[in-house]
Design a binder for this molecule. Structure first.
Ligand SMILES: O=P(O)(O)O[C@H]1[C@H](O)[C@@H](OP(=O)(O)O)[C@H](OP(=O)(O)O)[C@@H](OP(=O)(O)O)[C@H]1O
Ligand SMILES: Nc1ncnc2c1ncn2[C@@H]1O[C@H](COP(=O)(O)OP(=O)(O)O)[C@@H](O)[C@H]1O
Ligand SMILES: [Mg+2]
Ligand SMILES: [Mg+2]
Length: 347
């Protein structure tokens, strides 16, 4: 990034140290001004369409931010120079290219580090940090539903489930999340035996009744926004007794399922307490080493303060985060400004 003013500011300070007369005669330095911030992006065409909306690009331009599409077939060093590289591509090859580039150009901020993102592409490792957090304070408790990973041999599932003492019904989710439609094909299983019909690798997660409403918590650096989405309805004891089988369900909590304007039971609709979300987001940001993600969180029906994180997504559909244009552009500016502050203080 090109910042005007920083260098002259420093020089004046140095002179001041050795010259007591200059101390009184020098005017205060002008605040640093941002010339241009170049953000290279490597995103799928679907993500470009949903994220790079004209309103975002317009606002970014006003703030001196330009977005430049990265051509993956060309060396990264021949493009840019970039201040920030924003990316969400899953291929191993791309990750290596980015890693190599970053090693040679540590001055560029890569959002986010490929290895840290990788952690979210597996539904087992994705929730490990939440489970280890054991977050419990006066605002509520946050955990993860109990789950079991099945990597092979579907015929062994009923036995494995009963040994692990998992409570039915169970949500079966593909283990790997790679952005494909298949990785979002989930099923609800009412009995153990039907689970042998499933296709590993997968995780089997206890279904938690939550009144059919889910909270999507968007995180962009230190900013947090929460929205409500409709979700799967509760499963009653009677329903569980009277049903068998495994049922595929469609994408239930997508943007079209917004529940923000719905007339809901207040005990179900009440958002998780802000201090709890702030603590959760802060801890996850640090532990995951990520700045751009969202969390799907549900409240156990009948409780006020028992929450479960069921899903974490890297670089989610930010265009559905209220005010994302302002939040995202301010974030990009803050990332580079804090980097400069660190550089200046270490010199
Ligand atoms: O995994 P869940 O919790 O379902 O969240 C998904 C992912 O974040 C998707 O991003 P990606 O495809 O990059 O994984 C996003 O698509 P976009 O960001 O492309 O819009 C979806 O938006 P909707 O499809 O609008 O719900 C959002 O619901
Ligand atoms: N353990 C669970 N208890 C209750 N509902 C769940 C559970 N896991 C998933 N769901 C429902 O399934 C939907 C999709 O599951 P999720 O883990 O978020 O997968 P995806 O990555 O495809 O969004 C959630 O939005 C929620 O409605
Ligand atoms: Mg989800
Ligand atoms: Mg997900």
């Amino acid at each position: 990034m090109r910042l005007n003013g920083e260098i002259s500011y420093l020089r004046n300070e140095e002179e001041n140290e050795n010259d007591s007369v200059a101390l009184i005669s020098l005017p205060p330095p002008p605040p640093p001004t941002l010339e241009k911030l170049v953000v290279g992006y490597a995103l799928t065409s679907k993500k470009v369409k949903s994220f790079l909306q004209p309103k975002l690009e317009g606002l970014a331009k006003k703030k001196g931010i330009v977005f430049v599409a990265i051509d993956q077939s060309q060396p990264l060093v021949d493009q840019g120079p970039f201040d920030i590289v924003l990316h969400k591509l899953t291929g191993k090859e791309w990750q290596q290219i980015l890693q190599d580039y970053w090693e040679k150009h540590p001055e560029v901020t890569v959002l986010d580090p490929p290895a840290a993102i990788q952690h979210l592409y597996n539904r087992q490792s994705m929730l490990q940090d939440v489970a280890n957090l054991n977050l419990s304070d006066c605002y509520g408790k946050v955990g993860t539903p109990r789950q079991l990973v099945i990597t092979k041999d579907p015929s062994s599932i009923p036995d494995a489930v009963s040994k692990a003492r998992l409570t039915l019904p169970l949500v079966a989710k593909p283990l790997v999340v790679d952005g494909s439609a298949k990785s979002h094909e989930l099923s609800l299983a009412y009995d153990e035996f039907s689970l042998s019909k499933l296709d590993p690798p997968l995780v089997l997660q206890e279904f938690v009744n939550h009144g059919g409403v889910l909270f999507k918590v968007y995180i962009v650096g230190e900013a947090i926004k929460v929205v409500r989405r409709f979700s799967l309805p509760d499963v009653s004891k009677r329903e569980l007794l009277n049903n068998t089988g495994v049922f595929r369900f469609p994408r239930v909590s997508c943007a079209a399922a917004s529940a923000d304007d719905a007339d809901l039971d207040p005990s179900i609709a009440e958002l998780p307490p802000r201090p709890l979300l702030e603590k959760l987001a802060r801890e996850l940001r640090l532990r995951l080493g990520l700045r751009l993600f969202n969390i799907d969180i549900i409240r156990e029906h009948g409780t006020r303060d028992r929450f479960y994180v069921i899903d974490i997504n890297y670089f989610p559909g930010y265009s559905k985060m209220p005010g994302y244009e302002h939040i995202f552009t301010d974030f990009l500016l803050s990332v580079v400004q804090s980097k400069f502050k660190r550089l200046l203080s270490s010199n």
